[in-house]
Design a protein around this ligand. Sequence first.
Ligand SMILES: Nc1ncnc2c1ncn2[C@@H]1O[C@H](COP(=O)(O)OP(=O)(O)OP(=O)(O)O)[C@@H](O)[C@H]1O
Length: 528
Amino acid sequence: MDETYKFQLTKVNKYGKKQTRTLIMSKQGIVNSAGMSTKWEKPRELVHALHLSKADPKSFMISTFDNYNFETDSAEQVQQITETFKLLKMGEVIYDDELKINDDEDNVVQPQLPPQKPNPTKLDVNDEPEYAPATQSNPLASFRFERPPKFPQPPPSHDKLMKPQNFELVASIGRGSFGQVFLVRRVDDNRFFAMKVLKKRAVIDRKQLVHLRAEHTILQSMKHPYMVKLYHSFQTRTRLFFIMDFAIGGEMFHHLKKVGHFPENLAVFYLAEVVLAFEYLHEFDVVFRDTKPENLLLDAYGHVMLTDFGLAKCGVSADSTQSSGLSTTTFCGTPDYLSAEVVAGVPHGKSVDVWSIGALLFEMLVGQAPFSYGNGGGQVNRAELYRRILRGVVTFPPTVSDEARDLIQKCMARRPKDRPLMKDLKNHPLFKTNKIVWEKMVKRELAPPHKMKVDEACIKAIEGKLVNGPVDNIYKYVLPDNLVAHFDPRFTQEPPTLAASTPQDGVTADEDRHFREFNWTAPYAFDK
Ligand SMILES: Nc1ncnc2c1ncn2[C@@H]1O[C@H](COP(=O)(O)OP(=O)(O)OP(=O)(O)O)[C@@H](O)[C@H]1O
């Protein structure tokens, strides 16, 4: 029997509420329980680090896929826990100046907002706080993003840089982990775009600067028919703004949920467009790492638009863990789509994207992610999900054809080196059966099997083909409701306003220097 270590302590959730918990640590992992009930259980492969606070020796945080904060009665108890953590070789022990409360034990319940018609508003950024006072240490000093050798040089910026005043907020369309996403109108020429807004403070505090720089550089440098394009980036003292193509068809996930699952020809069509985008990224040693139906948007014609490069990793030359070349060990991605080697915490390469291609096809054909399937529609808890991924056995419903099953099994081979390369995957017979002609598809010459229901005027509005004119006339012609018809009403019914700035959003002048590169206009930004 493995030795187990028990600690009675207090846990603080993200609302600052204190709860009594028992923390049990053993070679198997960590269990957090409240009385008889287990709140969470993390196998040791998932435990990354123990964060200790320099400011408060009585508290600590455990980092797994999520972060969990704890408070204790004494610094001695924290010391005992630290010693046990080290003894069991659970992961790194990290000393932070102060621990952020970002505990994830409780799910956040979204407030129900009253329905409201989208109503364009000015982009108001007059509430920005002054720079925060300079701090002694500079935690960003090491956050440098080096452009890897194969990576194309971003084109120089167009002379005309943008400011918030150049855009009008038309509708709220989404929210990611770091910020808000809006439909906006470029006021000079009435062209409509998607705008992602991030708070610099959150980017720094959640140590996402390297990821964000990678995302920005990828969007600046790489252009592909099935990837979203970046037009402008700009900033204020506390916020960053990215202006991108507006994918009017919304998330593929939204369409998938509506119909339950896709017919094979449609699923394979979408999959093929993703394969082409990934093949392009892999040529430049970029691994996407975050495939999921939420990151696959659809354009006005029903083509895929790959978005959200926040987790993409540049300079990964290795195809799999077995090959030579740079690979990565960061634990990231969406639980259902994590490959076995990512869950096991061993270095991984481009083959994680090949794995996710298999998982994506499964979900499109079945309506559930591969390792959540077969649970009577119920949710599988995370520890069980990871166990299933590590075991690597996918069960198929009889509706999945032999060819589709074969492709999924090949992509989701447990050992990365047994998976096909992205470019070789294109020879799989499933694509031929479903009439994918790669030479045509790469030129956008294959029509999607599912035609989007999108208003003609809206297409003109997002392609910049509207004749300039008084704004009132524009909204008689292009209805905001039609522009956001494929988006979740949870977002579109919210008034399109920026979350107010608070003094806590302030960054120091020193920190702000790290954001200098986020001022860019694409050379094609004003093309008609
Ligand atoms: N270019 C776009 N066109 C239309 N909708 C978009 C666009 N970009 C993002 N969205 C919507 O906003 C949502 C959140 O965007 P995004 O995933 O880029 O944010 P994020 O903060 O990077 O999210 P994540 O939490 O997945 O990292 C998307 O799922 C999508 O619904």
